[in-house]
Design a protein around this ligand. Structure first.
Ligand code: NAD
Ligand code: MG
Length: 396
């Protein structure tokens, strides 16, 4: 029986994780659930899964949850940063699903890594911000990092075991790998008239053609910043050089990414676009479990298409690739700027196309400062947010 803590339990990945657990109740126990402020959602999860702990980041939400929780449910409700860390590093916890959205996920995810847990990593922003420190901490503590993000999970599945067990420090060239082909659907605006992009609404941007996800990542998919963040994520997980990493647009989202070997072989991982597949893979690795996912029907899939990304349509993707080559300072700034810009777009403060404008402006903050600790990164993240907010204010 694996005791699990789910960070971001009330979100889309949280729901999929709990669904996989419900298909495999003999193997997984919900030990702790963590969310920001959705009291009613958390209450329903406590009733359904009876965790030992339910942690709400918002203190008021924790009080409300405590008041609403029926006496028959013996869940301890907590709040506060220390209680969250204590939950994640608890010796009874083997596995932590890191699925808080954005930079807010960094501290608890990093705590799980330092405590040597089995970390199922959905929160790509943590790696974008702290990749080098993150992978080093995992190596030092002996934590197992398993990529949940569907592309990275696909790449992981297409890699030899020697790479899978040496993430962050693998030498993929020595393993005969020529390229990693990171696929992306291109989102809802892949073929939209370029002139229409400044006036698209948050609802249109959140309507992903293939995946059902939280609002932030849905907007990131529409700008392809998501693929940019994933490019940075892949760089750290698979220790790649820029030449080894390529982005391929594949609108059907049937192939979730590929690995090209030097003998000409291309190994791809395929399946329906359902996050329960990579989640279940990470939960049970190296075994396989039932995930509740419809088997892929090739006769229904029909055709698969592949295109080169157009940076004119997707400037955020280009910014992220550039930031990746600049290093940790640039990727931390870009991530922070993007969170502020996406939030402003979702609140109808700026146009869809302004997201890239804010991001690019913030990248001018890069000045070559050293980032040696997580505290350094959190401080830079804070400064970049202030800068981005000022840029947004100047635009509205
Ligand atoms: P979501 O918006 O559906 O859920 C976010 C979760 O994070 C919620 O439980 C919320 O309570 C929690 N949260 C938000 N702010 C918080 C804060 N300040 N402190 C603590 N908790 C907070 O998001 P999602 O789609 O489930 O995505 C979660 C993460 O997984 C993101 O990093 C995303 O990039 C990544 N991811 C998601 C998908 C997907 O299909 N949804 C795929 C790949 C990767
Ligand atoms: Mg992804």
């Amino acid at each position: 029986m694996q005791n699990m803590v789910i960070l971001g339990a009330t979100g889309s990945i949280g729901a999929s994780t709990l669904n996989v657990i419900s298909h495999n109740p003999e193997a997984y126990q919900v030990y702790g659930l963590v969310a920001n402020s959705s009291v009613d959602k958390m209450l329903a999860l406590c009733e359904a899964h009876q965790p030992k702990f339910a942690h709400m980041v918002c203190e008021q939400a924790a009080k409300e949850l405590q008041a609403k929780l029926p006496k028959s449910i013996h869940t301890t409700v907590t709040s506060g940063e220390q209680a969250l860390i204590d939950l994640v590093v608890n010796k009874d916890v083997e596995t932590v699903m890191a699925a808080i959205v954005g930079a807010a996920g960094l501290v608890p995810t990093f705590a799980a890594v330092k405590a040597g847990k089995r970390v199922l990593l959905a929160n790509k922003e943590a790696l974008v911000m702290s990749g080098e420190l993150f992978m080093r901490a995992a190596r030092q503590s002996g934590a197992t990092i398993l990529p949940v993000d569907s592309e990275h999970n696909a790449i992981f599945q297409c890699m030899p075991e020697s790479v899978q067990t040496n993430l962050g420090y693998c030498d993929i060239e020595a393993e005969g790998i020529a390229h990693i082909l990171l696929t992306g659907s291109g989102g809802p605006f892949l073929t939209a008239d370029l002139d229409s992009l400044p006036s698209v609404t948050p609802e249109q941007a959140c309507k992903h053609p293939n995946w059902s996800m939280g609002r932030k990542i849905s907007v990131d998919s529409a700008t392809m910043m998501n693929k940019g963040l994933e490019y940075i994520e892949a760089r750290w997980l698979f220790n790649t050089t820029p030449e080894q990493l390529k982005v391929v647009i594949h609108p059907q989202s049937v192939i979730h990414s590929m690995v090209q070997y030097k003998d000409g072989s291309v190994v791809a991982q395929m399946g329906n676009p359902d996050m329960r597949t990579p989640i279940a893979h990470c939960m049970s690795y190296p075994q396989r479990i039932y995930a509740g996912v419809e088997p892929l029907d090739f006769f229904k899939v029909g055709q698969l298409g592949f295109f080169e990304p157009d940076f004119n349509r997707f400037p955020c993707l280009q910014l992220a690739i550039k930031a990746c080559h600049q290093g940790q300072e640039a990727t931390t700034i870009l991530n922070a700027a993007n969170e502020i810009a996406v939030d402003a777009f979702l609140n109808n403060q700026i146009k869809f196309t302004d997201i890239a404008v804010v991001n690019e402006a913030c990248l001018h903050m890069v000045c070559g400062s050293a980032l040696n600790t997580i505290e350094d990164i959190i401080e830079l993240d804070k400064q970049a947010r202030e800068f981005a907010k000022a840029k947004v204010t100047a635009m509205v």
